[in-house]
Ligand binder design. Structure first.
Ligand SMILES: [Zn+2]
Length: 410
């Protein structure tokens, strides 16, 4: 399993060593095309990157030949002279396989380099970890049928991952249901490798909230918030942090454990060993328990709230207040543009946003000058698995030379 930390931004980090200049410039061109609003011409790429036109042409030829870029054939707005064609990421090039294992479901999807979702499958129910390898096998054969080469796979899990080894250290909410320990995850990765014919170093395991933040950053595009906290609410509450457009994972890959921020010292005991943690007030099970429906399903929370059930409205007000207290701490510390409510909390935003804002107005010292936007995620339950597929493609875009050298699997 490969290390999973977001690589430092190759485009702005220090001067390239002589041997890596070609790798650096290939990545620079590919990232520039990936982030352009319209397919840029070679001339526009030369202007945008500062590379000579001759260098751009030679590097672009390499990327086209390698199946990473494609000529769109649509003349760009370059005025008079020879009509130039635009360049776009090649939808028939490498594809990313995203996988997600959560408490009550397992998901898999394939995203091509242009960003299109080419196939998706989700299975619900406990014990779905056993189904993950078969989902991966289905997706790998679908990719083959569509003529796509998988560049890698990434698995999203609600747990703490060691960013060096890729080992899952703790996944408390999975552990109680599916008895998956660190050993179980290692076996799962072996199973995914066997199902997809991908070598172990192209399968990563990452925290689901961090991956959800990656998907959110991409979905929001260049006009979206530069710095935000993505909340990924299920049974537990994860947080993914994007600072100045970059995923921030922390020293070990453990940042964003919002669910274990104390909101009531001496309060309800938590599975982590502490007490009064946010997830004991605003997590899925906590909300259901507070409302007197401990054995109900997550889907019924919004249903009951819409029906105006008083105990559910009270539970959601308490959840929103607890979220607001935890978020005020994070926002006082980090000065972010926005908080994105994802997972379960996206659907519950109509009931949570009010109490969150009222806590922020009280506790966030800068609230009177600029209240950060509190917005529901538009990605629904797909954010983590989409982010997983994107993490594979981001690695190709960040280091196309490595992909061209040894990334072809067909
Ligand atoms: Zn806790």
């Amino acid at each position: 399993v490969r290390a999973t930390s977001d690589p430092p931004n190759r485009l702005v980090s220090g001067p390239a060593r002589t041997g890596s200049i070609r790798a650096h410039n290939l990545a620079l061109l590919l990232r520039t095309v990936a982030e352009a609003a319209d397919p840029p011409s070679r001339a526009a790429l030369s202007t945008a990157t500062g590379l000579t036109r001759a260098s751009v042409s030679s590097l672009v030829d390499t990327l086209v030949a390698g199946g990473l870029l494609v000529e769109t054939g649509v003349p760009t707005r370059s005025g008079v002279g020879r009509p130039s064609t635009g360049l776009a990421l090649d939808a028939s090039g490498p594809a990313g396989l995203g996988l997600e294992l959560n408490v009550d479901h397992a998901s898999a999807l394939i995203v091509d380099l242009s960003g299109a979702v080419r196939a998706q499958k989700t299975e619900y129910g406990a014990g779905s970890s056993g189904r993950l390898a078969s989902l991966a096998r289905d997706m790998a054969s679908t990719a083959r049928e569509q003529g796509l080469a998988l560049a890698g796979a990434a698995l999203a899990v609600p747990g703490l991952i060691d960013s060096g080894s890729g080992d899952v250290l703790i996944a408390p909410n999975l552990g109680t249901r599916s008895a998956l320990g660190a050993r179980g995850f290692a076996d799962l990765v072996v199973g995914i490798g066997a199902a997809t014919a991908l070598p172990a170093d192209r399968i990563s395991v990452e925290n689901e909230a961090t991956l959800a933040a990656r998907a959110e950053r991409r979905a929001a595009g260049p006009a979206g918030p530069r710095s935000f906290l993505q909340i990924s609410g299920e049974v537990g509450i994860g947080g993914g942090l994007v600072l100045d457009g970059q995923i921030y994972q922390g020293r070990h890959g453990w940042s964003g454990e919002l669910g274990h921020v104390t909101v009531r010292p001496g309060g309800r005991p938590c599975g982590c060993g502490s007490d009064g943690c946010l997830e004991q007030y605003a997590g899925q099970q906590a909300i259901l328990r507070t409302a007197g429906h401990a054995d109900d399903r997550a889907a019924t929370i919004a249903e009951r709230a819409r029906a105006g059930e008083p105990s559910m409205l009270t539970a959601l007000a308490e959840a929103g207040e607890a979220l607001g207290i935890a978020l005020a701490g994070a926002l006082n510390l980090l000065d972010l543009d926005a908080v994105v409510l994802g997972g379960l909390h996206a659907e519950l935003a109509p009931w949570l946003a009010g109490p969150i804002e009222s806590q922020l107005r009280r506790r966030l010292i800068t609230a009177r000058f600029a209240l950060p936007a509190i917005t529901p995620s538009a990605l629904g339950g797909n954010a983590s698995v989409l982010g997983a597929a994107w993490s594979v493609l981001d690695r190709v875009i960040d280091d196309p030379l490595a992909y061209l050298r040894d990334g072809r699997t067909d």
